[in-house]
Structures are given as structure tokens and as C-alpha cells.
Design a protein around this ligand. Structure first.
Ligand code: 2AM
Ligand code: CA
Length: 273
């Protein structure tokens, strides 16, 4: 159950402190080259290397010092799960691992602090473009310190749609392809970056108008959800539920600029319904 009690810390100051921890980790990522021999396979198309693990250990150490009472949910499991803590840092040390391994400069560090299931602080740092997206609850979304918001487009036909192709869970592939077909016909175009955190950050700053993907993990989307919410966008499940627990699971992620959310969600409902 999500807590409604006031936060026991200054969210803006905590965001600034977290950025100081995250930036050097992002810079570390761009310096890395990963040899094929160093890659471990966690599951189908789920790759990890010493880079992910080193980055995560550095993040956990730095974030732990900022808010000692908070637990962790981190992709590589560095700090262990801490289900009983009210606050948890949800950490993806390297979102876009496959891109980094292939030398494609599209990856980021994604960190959120969640209160129950609601993200209250979010940072997505793209070290390749030195773009730091931040948000804290009630404070709006910023890109390198400047306020940003979702696009003001009002028709799907003018929208740029982002998605992630299914890469390990193919159960809903037919529904997914139906949605992809409808967006290909009905929008300005479709992009696939390979980092859900960057996709959501781009919805938050108006570069993308809509993002959808299924079977993600909490660390892929926790920060990005708050970035979109604080930028005036809509976030929900494929059935349109604004349910923080369901959304944070990553099972179904839909995010859109407010003016096209209804039309965009109708496509998803029809395809996945
Ligand atoms: P990761 O790099 O942290 O694993 C996009 O589809 C999302 O799925 C990304 O946020 C990415 O997070 C995750 N993902 C895992 N394996 C992937 C793969 N083989 N291709 C693309 N994305 C993958
Ligand atoms: Ca990820």
C-alpha cells in the first residue's frame, strides 16, 4: 500500500545529491568496452557484464549514504531485496546493456526512489549526450536543470511513437504486432531506442509522444514513469489503469503526451484487449 504520509526529507535536495552520485557512474559507463568473452547471459537475450555490476555497486554505496533508511531494488541484486522498507531506491545501473555491448551510444543510468509503489524522486542520466533528466514529486521535470514538459500534439497522426520490441516474452507477440501495425499506419513514425528509461525521458521532454512496451522490469521504468507524470503526461497499464503497483511492475507500460493519450490508448486496448 502506498504511503500518504509526508516525506521525511527534502526531495529536491535528495535529487541533487543523487545526481552527484549518478553522473560519475554514467561517465564510467562511456569509457567501458565489453569483450564478448566477458558477457554473462542471465536469461534469453538478457546480458550482463562486469560493467553493470561495478556501476551498480558504486550507485548503491553512494545512494545508501544519502538516505540510510531506504532499501534497494537493483537490477543486478547488489543490495538484496528490502520489501519492508517504506522507501526503496530502484536502480538500473545500465539501461541499454545490449546497446553498450554493441557500441551503440544509447544507454543510461536510471534511478528512482519509490515510496511504497509510487516514484517520488527520479533521475535518468544519458552520459553520451550529457543529458540529465530529473523529477521529484510535485516539482516538475527538468533536463539539465531546465523545466521540460510533454509535447502538446493532439492527434496520433502527428505523433512520434516509441516502443521496445519483445525480446524474451513472446506470449503477446501477435497483440504487440497488431498495435505496431496500427501505429505504423496511424502515426508519424515508430522508433526503438533499446532503453526504456530513455524512451520515457523522451516522452517527458516532448521528443516522443507515446511509448508502449510489455514485460519490462521495475528498474527499467520506475524513474521514467515519474519523469512523464511530472511533465504532464499520462501513464497507465494497457487497460488504462492508473495503478501505481501495477505500473511499477513493468508488466504493461503505456506513457503518452496528454493530448494524444486517449487516441493512443484506444489502439492498445483494441490490440491487447
Ligand atoms: P537493460 O538494458 O537494462 O536490460 C527495452 O526493450 C528494455 O528491455 C531496455 O530497457 C533493456 O534494459 C531491456 N532489455 C533486456 N534485454 C534486452 C534486449 N536483448 N534487447 C533490448 N532490450 C533489452
Ligand atoms: Ca533496464
Amino acid at each position: 500500500m502506498d504511503s500518504l504520509a509526508p516525506l521525511s526529507f527534502d526531495a529536491e535536495a535528495l535529487t541533487s545529491g543523487a545526481v552527484e552520485v549518478i553522473r560519475p557512474v554514467g561517465e564510467y559507463l562511456v569509457e567501458q568496452r565489453v569483450a564478448e568473452a566477458d558477457i554473462e547471459v542471465k536469461g534469453l537475450n538478457s546480458l550482463v557484464s562486469h560493467v553493470d555490476k561495478t556501476a551498480e555497486a558504486r550507485l548503491v554505496k553512494g545512494l545508501q549514504a544519502l538516505l540510510p533508511e531506504a532499501g534497494f531494488l537493483a537490477e543486478e541484486g547488489t543490495a538484496g531485496a528490502s520489501d519492508n522498507a517504506r522507501f526503496r531506491w530502484v536502480v538500473d545501473p545500465l539501461d541499454g546493456t545490449t546497446n553498450l555491448i554493441h557500441g551503440l551510444p544509447v544507454f543510461c543510468v536510471s534511478v528512482a526512489l519509490v515510496d511504497g509503489h509510487q516514484p517520488v524522486v527520479a533521475i535518468v542520466y544519458d552520459p553520451n549526450r550529457d543529458e540529465c533528466f530529473t523529477a521529484w514529486q510535485g516539482g516538475g521535470t527538468h533536463l539539465n536543470g531546465k523545466p521540460v514538459c510533454c509535447a502538446d500534439r493532439s492527434q496520433l497522426s502527428d505523433a512520434l511513437v516509441a516502443t521496445g520490441f519483445p525480446h524474451w516474452d513472446f506470449d503477446r507477440m501477435d497483440d504487440y504486432l497488431e498495435a505496431l501495425t496500427a501505429y505504423a499506419r496511424g502515426s508519424r513514425g515508430i522508433r526503438r531506442m533499446g532503453s526504456a528509461a530513455i524512451d520515457l525521458a523522451y516522452v517527458a521532454c516532448g521528443r516522443f509522444d507515446l511509448f508502449f512496451e510489455y514485460s519490462l522490469q521495475p528498474w527499467d521504468i520506475a524513474a521514467g514513469l515519474l519523469l512523464v507524470q511530472e511533465a504532464g503526461g499520462i501513464t497507465c497499464t494497457f487497460s488504462g489503469q492508473d495503478d501505481t503497483q501495477a505500473m511499477l511492475s513493468g508488466a504493461e507500460t503505456f506513457a503518452a503526451a496528454p493530448g494524444i493519450a486517449k487516441e493512443g490508448l484506444a489502439v492498445i486496448r483494441s490490440a491487447f484487449g
